[in-house]
Design a protein around this ligand. Sequence first.
Ligand SMILES: Nc1ncnc2c1ncn2[C@@H]1O[C@H](COP(=O)(O)OP(=O)(O)OP(=O)(O)O)[C@@H](O)[C@H]1O
Length: 257
Amino acid sequence: MDQELLTIDALTVREGSRDLVAEASFSLARGECVGLIGPNGAGKTTLMRAALGLQRAQGLSSLTLLPPEERARQVAFLPQNRDVAWPVSVRDLVSLGLLPARGIGLHVPQTVAERVEAILAEMELTALADRAATSLSGGELARVMMARLLVQDTPLVIADEPAASLDPAQQIALMDRLRSVADAGRGVLVSLHDLGLAARYCTRLLAMKAGRIVADGAPMDVLTPEVLADVFQIRAQMIDTSDGLILHPVALTGRGG
Ligand SMILES: Nc1ncnc2c1ncn2[C@@H]1O[C@H](COP(=O)(O)OP(=O)(O)OP(=O)(O)O)[C@@H](O)[C@H]1O
């Protein structure tokens, strides 16, 4: 079985005279939960979209070599923009994730319906299944979008800031789920702003600064004082506990600095 789920080679996204993503290269193998970290505007979303073929780029992404139907079976994507334009029910919204599997039409095959109910239950969304998605709170909608992502059961999952707007318990549940996707032999690429979650749950981190991947490795090898200062302009207190690494960011200077 091919272990590589994604290969990116010298991927570059140019806008005018600026490289939003500059010569990004990495591979992602089965079993990996790769956290993409970096400050606002570093290029994380642009890199993910270019890797998926949603944004024009130079260089190689193995996903863009696949025909559209095969790409849809290979990768599921959670975009940062979670706007829902119509008052579609939660159940239907999650079911839409399976469009490549079920085809367009009103008829939902029994196996697809069962899978949707199972993921709704797993994500504690059964009670909300008949609610209009437009009536949900931000955190509830984030969980629905996660359910729509996970229902697809693709070898590769790409999620852009899935932890945004979730409460602490839901953030932990989300990261547990993403990690178990990787532990089951699939692969995850996830952008995160919470460096503590990234350190505890990711098997590997990619740090981006101004469009470039400037560090790639195990969390402890990436979250060094040098990288934290250079990429994030912070330092951090790190405590190794039985619950995993606790990382508390503080400013380089000033209060707490
Ligand atoms: N179409 C565009 N034209 C010009 N600049 C763009 C375009 N799209 C994105 N950018 C710029 O590219 C940079 C990278 O944006 P991107 O959304 O990839 O960053 P990010 O790391 O995901 O940031 P955040 O953490 O804030 O979501 C930003 O400075 C953004 O303003």
